[in-house]
Design a protein around this ligand. Sequence first.
Ligand SMILES: [Mn+2]
Length: 320
Amino acid sequence: MDIKKLTQIHEKIKEYQKIIITPHGRPDGDCIGTSMGLKDMITATYPDKTVYVSGEETDFVKFLGRTDQIDDKEFEGALVIAVDTGNEERIADQRYKTGDFLIKIDHHILVTSYGDIEYVDTSRPAAALIILDLYALFKDEYTMTPKGAKALYTGTLTDTGRFKYPGVDGDTFRNVALLYDIGLDTEDVYRHLDTRSEQLIRFKGYVLLNYKKTPNGVAYIEITQELMEEHGVNDEQASSLVNELGVFEDCPIWVLLAEYEEKIVRARVRSKGPAINEIAGEFNGGGHAMASGANLGTWERAEELLKALDDHAKKYKESV
Ligand SMILES: [Mn+2]
């Protein structure tokens, strides 16, 4: 935790009358949870400030709050806070450039720097926890409502696989404890996160019956647009099933390959053994050591990724 930088961020939040928070494109639970939690904390503390969250939405976390449709002119003189976004190209609202001051708050491995203040803490397994670092540091000044607590809890849950992934430590739970003190309603969070459509459950059945394995232990599933149409699920819902393939003893790596808009193939790569973010980086992607994404484009490129991961799994198995 960088107290000096968090203090600078706190000062900027106090200074600006208008604050625009922006998540990343194709938002996940953490970036939406972080955005909604930060918005709640600022508006609860400073009711006279105007705070927006500008970016796309994701169905499964709409219960945390909706994003705002704002005019270009709103960016004039505004403080913009980009959360959970490693590189500028991925910032959901590209009008951030026309804001007055830009703060980056992120927990991904630093690849490209941006922002007038850049706060990156890779020791935090969810960006939502960084908002809690800020909250805890200025606890005498900040207020948060149970709604904000719910958002930050959801962000933490989704990015840590419900506290299962590496990176979860005592600090994670010390921060989460603060949310309980605020009046967190976990039941409501789980009710939302555990609800699935019947189509998705049937599609999960398809995934479990049709996955494949490479010779050295990469479990994978290939999902085309036709397949999704047939089952009545969208790419985001289909991709949420990636961890269904994480259960095999002989497969330290698993991959979900899916066609997105215009049949562009993307991969979600997960591991319970070797780090996979470097390989993801070679395939126009990246992320965390045990959870990364890759932009492949074509199914041919997907074959190459599977080959690279299969080699990686082989070396890993030989080393342990
Ligand atoms: Mn995140």
